[in-house]
Design a protein. Sequence first.
Length: 98
Amino acid sequence: MLTGKQRSYLKGMAHDIKPITQIGKYGISDSFLTQLDDALEVREIVKVNILESSLLDTKETANEVAKTLEAEFVQAIGNKFTIYRPSKNNPKIQLPKS
């Protein structure tokens, strides 16, 4: 569970990140989750774009994806959301302590 200070730190990092994947009208698929899981292992923080044709709620979708991938929801703005999970093999992001 992220503290407010850690979440704020990650929001600052996510500001300049471009979405690396998107969710379309077919919603959350197994291949999407596999791709995102691999991306989280390498990058630790990722931004996802939800296409308007999907008719999904951004925050609900972000929380569902984060729960499935054992990641932390960072933020949702418009049709984009950001999630974070420290790398198991090569952690790079140093979060503030509290």
